[in-house]
Write a protein that binds this ligand. Structure first.
Ligand code: ACO
Length: 429
């Protein structure tokens, strides 16, 4: 009969240990019993970047990186992108089930009616430098929201938690739009609660003096689909940060500011900005082979390629490629697309990329669409942070409901000096 255990022999001592296996995983704390002598601290696992360490059990998002599968609460991302909308996916992600009509209407109403920010928040944003990066403004403003809602620190209260969740999802488009308007020197536009989520965002970004301003419904839908694709992606760098900060029982605004800061990095949510800059630098499809030589010589990375989890085509990249055509019909074709297609064509055939399972990730095409829609590159990480707010908050709720979770506190392998005595300044060489 097979046993759900792992037998480990420590060849330093000859001792054998039997460790329970649950969900194909051993509990890292079970390694601690493996000691050379009673004074030994016990064995640990070394895993920089947490490449093979599960930090939580979760029921939100399933990814099979080898097969290129992404599901929220069991629903394939392809079906959601085709049949659902961002507000419904937000409900699904947070509550675990698709809403009934009544639940959907109530939820959509709540989100629509918390879009305004306190006037002081507007003044706070106006105080940023004229050329402040919109993502830096976004991060700081989300953190500042905690000063307006002190009850957010009552993380034990389900009502208080839900209130902050609604506020955050509803207000992030407003903060994003204000940060854009600020960086352009344009007057801020207040939310229009008659409009849907992405419609309202486009309205706040774009409206000037027109009295008959109307958002293009195809562009609003394209953005809605892009938002659905970005809602959650299990334990990535930003989400892990949300959980790490949340594990100390910080309020959700402070935790989310940290998560957004993690997302800002060029190896994470800043990658679509880096892709765009890379495409502009390449300049023409005929320069692609030369650029690829540089990548293979490890002089640089092919931004928008590779993923910690996907070792196959990122399913989100496939959907985004389709949306690109719909958007370009309205905006005109982005000439950078030809460079991107050529990079992808060469990479998918080249042994360097094939051997390492490097495929386009979500960021490879999203930047080209955002640029065609008129967004400056600095807005790209902000456009990622808006929908990811839902995922961060769903993961934060799950963390707080999980009694097995502890404050996050990794171990280290200390390789520094042993004890030494303090040396007076005049005795140092
Ligand atoms: N260009 C060239 N080579 C690459 C790339 C790339 N984009 N990505 C990985 N490699 C190479 C590595 O050099 C390494 O080669 P080696 O084994 O010969 O040393 C091999 O592929 C494996 O890569 P790792 O760095 O070990 O993979 P890891 O899981 O640590 O990194 C990451 C994943 C950070 C996404 C990486 O692929 C990368 O830097 N990509 C470019 C940035 C990017 O597009 N980030 C967006 C990710 S999606 C998101 O966050 C929303």
């Amino acid at each position: 009969m097979t046993k759900e255990t792992l037998t480990v022999t420590d060849n330093r001592t000859g001792q054998t240990y039997e460790l329970p296996i649950e969900h194909d995983t051993i509990n890292a704390m079970d390694l601690r019993q493996i000691r050379v002598d009673p004074g030994d601290f016990g064995m640990m696992a070394y895993d920089p970047g947490f490449k093979n360490t599960a930090s939580t059990k979760s029921t939100i998002t399933f990814i099979d990186g080898g097969k290129g599968i992404l599901r929220y609460r069991g629903y394939p991302i392809e079906q959601l992108a085709e049949k659902s909308n961002f507000i419904e996916v937000a409900y699904l992600t947070l509550f675990g089930e698709l809403p009934t009509q009544k639940q959907y209407d109530d939820w959509a109403y709540e989100i629509r009616h918390h879009t305004f920010v306190h006037e002081n928040i507007k003044q706070l944003m106006e105080a940023f430098r004229y050329d402040a990066h919109p993502m830096s403004m976004f991060i700081s403003t989300v953190a500042a929201l905690s000063t307006y809602y002190p009850e957010a620190r009552d993380i034990e209260s389900a009502d208080a938690r839900m209130k902050q969740i609604v506020r955050l999802i509803a207000k992030v488009p407003t903060i994003a739009a204000f940060s854009y308007r600020h960086s352009r020197g344009l007057p801020y536009v207040y939310p229009n609660n008659d409009l849907g989520y992405t419609e309202n965002l486009l309205y706040m970004l774009d409206k000037m003096g027109q009295t008959d301003y109307a958002v293009n419904p195809t562009l609003a839908r394209a953005l809605d689909v892009l938002f659905m694709l970005h809602v959650d992606h299990e334990q990535n760098c930003g989400t892990a940060t949300m959980r790490v900060i949340g594990s100390s029982h910080s309020d959700p605004y402070s935790s989310m500011a940290g998560a957004a800061a993690a997302l800002f990095g060029p190896l994470h949510g800043g990658a679509n900005e880096a892709v765009l800059r890379m495409l502009v630098e390449i300049g023409d499809a005929k320069h692609v082979p030369e650029f690829m030589e540089g990548v293979k010589n490890r002089e640089r990375l092919l931004m928008g390629f590779g993923h910690r989890v996907y070792k196959n085509y990122d399913p989100r990249a496939r959907i985004i490629k389709k949306i690109a055509d719909e958007v370009f019909e309205i905006t005109g074709r982005n000439p950078l697309l030809d460079i991107a297609l050529e990079l992808e064509r060469i990479a998918l055939e080249d042994e360097f990329f094939v051997k390492r399972n490097l495929y386009p990730n979500v960021d490879f095409y999203s930047g080209i669409i955002y640029q065609a829609m008129g967004f400056p590159v600095a807005m790209f990480p902000v456009l990622f942070a808006i929908p990811r707010t839902v995922g961060w908050l769903a993961q934060w709720q799950e963390l707080l409901a999980d009694s097995t979770q502890k404050i996050a506190r990794p171990r280290q392998i200390y390789l520094g000096e042993g004890t030494r005595d303090y040396v007076a300044m005049d005795a140092r060489s």
